[in-house]
Design a protein around this ligand. Sequence first.
Ligand SMILES: [Zn+2]
Length: 113
Amino acid sequence: MSKVHVKKDDQVFVLTGKETGKTGKVLRVDPDKGRVLVEGVNVVKKHKKPRGRNQQGGIIEQEAPVDASNVMLVCSKCKRPSKTGRKFLENGEKVRFCKACGEIIDTIRQART
Ligand SMILES: [Zn+2]
């Protein structure tokens, strides 16, 4: 089970570092390293070698992963960067919810049938 509190396609808010205050969409999560790749955040320039006849070399810009603890989920309901919690519903479903407004964000595990 991943300890990372955000998932792919989550909208997140950057808490620390030079990108503080930025928001972006999670492109990729690396649960083993606890790192996330966020669209438009921590963009680094990379030198690219020419490959083949039709591809030019040059500098490309690409996101580098940031530590998952540096980002916070932006709640789709209250639009605020919020802490998330996990809880079980009465039907046994496990969900992720926003601690600010209480809204259920998504289902982690379906109810047993
Ligand atoms: Zn909320």
